[in-house]
Design a protein around this ligand. Structure first.
Ligand code: SF4
Ligand SMILES: [Zn+2]
Length: 317
């Protein structure tokens, strides 16, 4: 793996690599689903997720592909409550909900603050409301929104990686202290937090990727989050594909995700979830894929570490 030590992608380069956005309609969320998740209390409950359609995030992180389902214009007043209502009509009843908006819930261009009361009213039936935000946008607005909710607010923050040099090169415009400060701010105001962490971001070998994913879990839990999500890094946004073609990025192996999960669960510091989206991208062995997937699902739902898988093809991960 070439270290590409002098290459630091900026907004302009990242934007130039992009492909076209998907067509979206600001009157509808671009996706919605309900899936089981282990709660802090140790039960497994259905959690609804609504993927809101809104204005693109102002940050330009190197690995991000969330811009694909966003608009260029400021989100019109009333659109977000309408989308939530639309999704709730189509989702089964749940006690917990994630409102993921391809960016930052407290970005006023994406979610107009004048809509907070209407949004909060729609969320009355929920015990837990989870939104996502960048540390630079975690501020008094979070408290304003928290005060309108009947349920508990939780904020998901993209920590990505504890590797300071790689974090800088992800163009995330934050450092580890920004993350720690945000978690402290939220905790101090009775708001829960979770961290999104990346397994093998660009510029790292597979062993380095595993090492830094474990350190990232350490940093997140030491900062005080209640849970972490481990996301295997993938290409598909233009810039990442270029890096992969040049040998500066490779997607992690499924075995690495299992190893990082096992580490995180054994820490016993909080819940750890593997992002299982598009999981087949990280395996080229049909003989053990389903078993590994099932092992990760067990880790997610039971927060235990099942015995390791021995592949019948004896493949090397
Ligand atoms: S802050 Fe989040 S949504 Fe915005 S570009 Fe970075 S990763 Fe993507
Ligand atoms: Zn195998």
């Amino acid at each position: 793996m070439n270290n590409l030590t002098d290459f630091e992608p900026d907004d302009r380069w990242i934007l130039a690599q992009r492909t076209a956005k998907n067509p979206v309609d600001v009157r509808q969320p671009y996706a919605w689903l309900a899936e089981p998740e282990r709660t802090a209390a140790g039960t497994v409950e259905q959690v609804a997720t609504v993927f809101l359609t809104n204005k693109e995030c102002p940050f330009r992180c190197l690995m991000c592909d969330l811009w694909k389902n966003t608009t260029d214009e400021k989100t019109p007043a009333g659109a977000i409550p309408h989308q939530i209502e639309y999704a709730l009509k189509r989702l089964p009843p749940t006690r917990h909900i994630k409102l993921y908006n391809s960016g930052n819930f407290f970005d006023t261009g994406a979610i107009p603050p004048d809509d907070y009361p209407a949004i909060a009213a729609l969320l009355d039936p929920f015990e837990t409301v989870i939104v996502e935000a960048h540390p630079k946008l975690i501020n008094a607005r979070c408290l304003q929104f928290r005060d309108m909710l009947k349920g508990r607010l939780e904020v998901a923050i993209g920590l990505e990686t504890a590797h300071p040099g790689v974090l800088q090169r992800l163009n995330k415009r934050m450092d580890l202290n920004d993350f720690r400060e945000s978690v402290r701010f939220l905790t101090g105001h009775g708001i829960q937090s979770r961290a999104f962490t990346l397994l093998r971001p660009p510029f790292l070998t597979e062993p380095e990727g595993v090492y830094w994913a474990k350190r990232t879990l350490d940093v997140a839990f030491e900062a005080g989050v209640g849970c972490c999500v481990v996301i295997p890094t993938r290409a598909g946004n233009g810039g990442m594909d270029w890096l992969q073609a040049q040998g500066y990025f490779s997607p992690p192996a499924l075995e690495s995700l299992e190893a990082v999960m096992a580490y995180g669960l054994r820490l016993g510091a909080g819940r750890v979830f593997a992002d299982l989206w598009d999981l087949h991208l990280f395996s080229d062995c049909p003989d053990c894929f389903e078993q590994r997937k099932a092992r990760l699902e067990t880790m997610n739902l039971h927060q235990t570490v099942p015995p390791e898988i021995t592949c019948v093809s004896n493949h090397r991960g």
